[in-house]
Design a protein around this ligand. Structure first.
Ligand code: ME8
Length: 519
């Protein structure tokens, strides 16, 4: 149970289109959110972590048609694959929203009425370009010509649309949006993306077509069901649906505005321009932050179905292990930048950082403890400056890691922890506890105790990234469920000397290429 004054944290993933099976890109975005959600829970917050599927619109309707099934059965099936992915990747989402659910239709229609009541919607006709692949409208000036075909800046084909349409008065929101970005400098991260959005908005905004009449698969406009709502207005609303909107008490009061919408850079404009404009126009609060992360390529190539190089997260997990995959994805690339997946890079990190640095440290230290300290947590004597230096550095990790995660710098979070792991390994070599066993057993106990404490800190902090493996390591330190939160990361909660410990088992196997395998 939470107390009324418990801090809350609301983090969301994009809701994924069900025109395709989940791949590494989807797993990456949701993983980042999962780590934040787990981190905040361990840090004492009441968390809402939302993911789900975007099931309406022409793109999905066409995919269902191509599969020869009705859109509802199609979306039922593909949506399930995203749930299965969440289970495979050990994601801890608190809710999974589908835009075809009743709660969502109610929310979108309510938002529409609010916008209409406030005079922000008018009926006209849309004459212009539309890309079904992007579900986006484009101005003539944004398009390039390739082989006689007009192409959007994303590379997607466009088609000419001419039909009656409701419009949202986006052009009126240029100044309020610019003011909002100014007053909330961390609303869009990273900064480079923020600058892109600001210059886009400064370039002027055109009113946005928010309904279509040429297909049926979507939420009808209240009072005019010849019109289906634009899929992005429908989709973005999921973030408030899941907080209970239109009801503005309860979860909505506790969790809205969301702390973070995590998105890929491809959909930043929808989240950082359209969405806050819709919300401001409806007299609702915009979210606190949109973070646009980078794009994964595969061994240097763009990931695409037509190139046949889509990386299946399930096969990565099967090949390298779940926590290894989770670690790699967040460690390999400074979060926000584009990144390249390569098997060799995966194997290098797995073997050098996880098996050698962290795995060996835990295995060496815990085996020495079990063998030389009567199978129990050793009893330390007075700490010498070298011991204290390691302990101080271990204690200093939490505030540093918190600050990194507050700006979604996952790679820096991991660097911070692995710096202490590196220090601990050097400390073992310098102190040589195996030699102290004969010359000064009391000193050996202090050294091993210091190491066990450094390990405890590192492993507790790594839980959000590698939940299974760290759980095993914390079992080996005989820490109970209420001894694993970040409130335990201080000198007052040190390991209790004399606690019996089990014989340790290696937590991070090395990856060894099978005979004849390509790697
Ligand atoms: O855009 N690298 O859904 P979507 C990194 N339904 N991330 C990637 C990636 C890659 N190669 N490929 C995909 C939609 N992603 C809308 C969203 S939200 C209200 C509606 C991730 O299925 C990244 O997060 O096309 C990107 O933004 C998202 O998948 C796009 O998912």
């Amino acid at each position: 149970m939470s107390s009324p004054d418990q801090k809350t944290y609301y983090v969301t993933t994009p809701i994924y289109y069900v025109n395709d099976s989940p791949h590494i890109g989807h797993a990456y975005t949701t993983l980042a959110c999962d780590v934040l959600a787990r981190f905040k829970r361990l840090d004492g917050y009441r968390v809402k972590f939302l993911t789900g599927t975007d099931e309406h619109g022409q793109k999905v309707e066409k995919a269902a048609e191509a599969a020869g099934v009705d859109p509802q059965s199609f979306t039922d099936e593909v949506s399930q694959r995203f749930r299965t992915l969440a289970a495979t990747m050990n994601f801890s989402n608190d809710d999974f929203i589908r835009t075809t659910e009743e709660r969502h239709k109610r929310a979108v229609q309510d938002l529409w009425v609010r916008l209409q009541e406030r005079g922000h919607i008018y009926l006209e006709s849309y004459d212009g370009w539309y890309s079904v692949r992007d579900e986006a409208f484009y101005g003539e000036g944004e398009l390039v010509e390739k082989d006689g075909q007009k192409i959007a800046p994303t590379g997607a084909p466009v088609e000419w649309v001419k039909e009656p349409s409701y419009f949202f008065d986006l052009s009126k929101w240029q100044e309020p949006l610019l003011r909002f970005y100014e007053e909330n400098p961390n609303f869009i991260l990273p900064d480079s993306r923020r600058n892109e959005v600001i210059s886009f908005v400064k370039g002027g905004l055109r009113d946005l077509s928010i309904s279509r009449t040429s297909f049926k698969w979507g939420v009808p406009v209240p009072g005019d069901d010849a019109h289906i709502m634009y899929v992005w207005l429908d989709a973005l609303t999921n973030y408030i649906t899941a907080a209970g909107y239109p009801n503005q008490d309860g979860d909505y009061a506790d969790f809205w505005p969301a702390d973070l919408h995590m998105v890929g850079k491809d959909i930043l404009r929808f989240h950082a321009v359209y969405w806050p404009a819709f919300l401001m126009a409806a007299d609702l609060e915009p979210p606190k932050r949109v973070f646009a992360h980078g794009w994964w390529t595969n061994e240097g190539e763009k990931i695409s179905k037509s190139l046949g190089n889509v990386i299946d997260p399930v096969s990565l997990v099967e090949t390298y292990g779940l926590d290894q995959t989770r670690y790699f994805l967040l460690r390999e690339v400074p979060f926000g930048n584009d990144g390249d997946f390569s098997h060799q890079a995966m194997i290098n990190r797995m073997n050098s950082e996880l098996a050698n640095d962290l795995g060996n440290l835990c295995q060496r230290v815990l085996s020495m403890v079990v063998k030389n300290c009567d199978g129990a947590v050793p009893t330390p004597g007075a700490f010498e400056p070298s011991d204290q230096a390691l302990l101080d550095k271990a204690h200093a990790m939490l505030p540093a890691v918190r600050a990194h995660l507050d700006v979604q710098a996952f790679h820096k979070m991991l660097e911070t922890v692995f710096e202490v792991v590196g220090d601990a390994n050097r400390y073992v070599d310098e102190m040589a506890p195996w030699a102290l066993r004969k010359t000064d057993p009391a000193r050996m106990e202090t050294v091993l105790y210091t190491l066990a404490e450094a390990i405890r800190h590192a492993v507790i902090l790594l839980q959000p990234v590698m939940p299974d493996t760290t759980a095993k390591l914390l079992d080996q330190l005989v820490l109970g469920p209420d001894e694993r939160g970040f409130d335990r990361l201080n000198p007052a909660c040190r390991l209790t000397p004399g606690t019996p410990l089990p014989k340790p088992e290696g937590a991070f196997p090395r990856w060894v290429a099978e005979e004849g395998a390509s790697q």
